[in-house]
Ligand binder design. Structure first.
Ligand SMILES: Nc1ncnc2c1ncn2[C@@H]1O[C@H](COP(=O)(O)OP(=O)(O)OP(=O)(O)O)[C@@H](O)[C@H]1O
Length: 341
């Protein structure tokens, strides 16, 4: 549905050149909620602007619906963009106009008939649950309500792609959750594919099925959310994952672990999907000569799955520890040795 292939974009600024995108590729399929995460300056907005045709790459291609944006005429690009809705961090609404007027704006600009506008606005207002605010001025709304209006406006042209630019960054945690639920409902019930950029891993955890992690203009890691959360490779990805899943040994027990006189190994186990049901702990307990000490455990919801992280201290000889590790690996659990420093 969206294919960005080997794109590069360099800006010339006051202090020299900025390589905003370096060989960036992402593939978004129909029905995805695809998250692009990165710290400030990573290149997320530039990538999003390529997808809606506001920016052109220096090299590489951007395909939307199998159409190469670089080869489209202005009118063709306008037509394609009609099917791409945009949601912004700062809502980009007209404060002195009513909710109805703001939502109707894209259709007013298209000179759609009044009855068509009325019907469509009512439909999207129902969907975002703001029917009672139809005649309220935007200046009188809360941040969450403003974002619902922004989303409703993006839906009036019945887009099949929604691009969200930090849509929840200006909102409190509770409102963020309700907006994310609304985006998920749009994806599920309207079949709209969503590409969002964010710097909050919580957003990715709550609604995305795929994620690309950006750093210094490059995609350093991408894949399904389950894979990326389960086995983050790049340091920046590990840091983002740790903001939502605490997989570290609690500081307070590090010294207790170090006091252990017998030979031991600390292991981090991640159970995702069906591996949650495996009796791994009881399996290792059956390895003769191994004592298991649970140092930490967390459970997080991830998509329609749960991810459990266990930090275990296996006490026993190196041979016995290797035997226990084989038992763990045979159960399809993600395992890594943890050095206690
Ligand atoms: N029009 C421009 N002219 C010059 N430099 C630009 C321009 N647009 C972006 N940049 C630079 O490109 C780099 C990537 O910017 P971009 O806005 O894509 O990052 P970002 O990940 O979206 O960051 P943020 O989360 O802060 O918006 C930054 O160093 C930025 O200063």
């Amino acid at each position: 549905m969206i294919k960005v292939e080997h794109t590069n974009k360099t800006f010339s600024g006051k202090y020299g050149e900025v390589h905003a995108l370096q060989d960036v590729s992402i593939h978004v399929e129909k029905g995805d909620i695809y998250g692009i995460i990165g710290f400030s300056g990573a290149g997320k907005s530039t990538l999003l602007r390529l997808v809606n045709g506001l920016e052109t790459p220096d090299s590489g291609t951007v395909m939307v619906h199998d159409q190469d944006l670089g080869s489209l005429k202005k009118a063709e690009l306008r037509k394609l963009r009609r099917k791409i809705g945009m949601v912004f961090q700062q809502f980009n609404l007209l404060d002195s106009k009513t909710v109805f007027h703001n939502i109707a704006l894209p259709l007013i600009l298209e000179k759609a008939p009044k009855d068509v506008i009325e019907e469509k606005v009512n439909e999207v207002l129902r969907f975002v649950e703001l029917e009672d605010k139809k005649d309220t001025y935007v200046s009188q709304l809360s941040g969450g309500q403003k974002q619902r209006v922004g989303i409703a406006r993006a839906l009036t042209t019945t887009p099949d792609i929604l691009l969200c630019d930090e849509a929840t960054s200006a909102l409190d945690p509770q409102t963020t959750e309700s907006i994310l639920k609304l985006l998920k409902k749009i994806n599920k019930e309207m079949g709209v594919t969503i590409l969002l950029i964010t710097h909050q891993m919580q957003v990715v955890q709550m609604i995305c099925n795929k994620v690309a992690v950006m750093e210094n203009g490059k995609v350093v890691e991408s894949g399904s959310v389950l894979d990326v959360f389960g086995k983050p490779q790049a340091l920046v990805t590990k840091r983002f994952v740790q903001t939502v899943i605490n997989d570290q040994i609690p500081e307070s027990i590090v010294s207790l672990v170090k006091e252990q006189k017998e030979h031991f190994q600390v292991e981090r186990l991640k159970f995702i999907g069906s591996s949650v049901k495996r009796p791994v702990i009881s399996d290792i307990c059956q390895v003769e000569g191994i004592v298991v000490n649970i140092l930490g455990a967390t459970v997080q919801e991830l998509q329609e799955n749960v991810m459990c992280v266990f930090i275990l201290q296996l006490i026993g000889s190196e041979d016995k520890i290797c035997e226990a590790e084989k038992q763990i690996d045979a159960n399809g659990v993600i395992r890594e040795r943890v050095e206690v420093i």
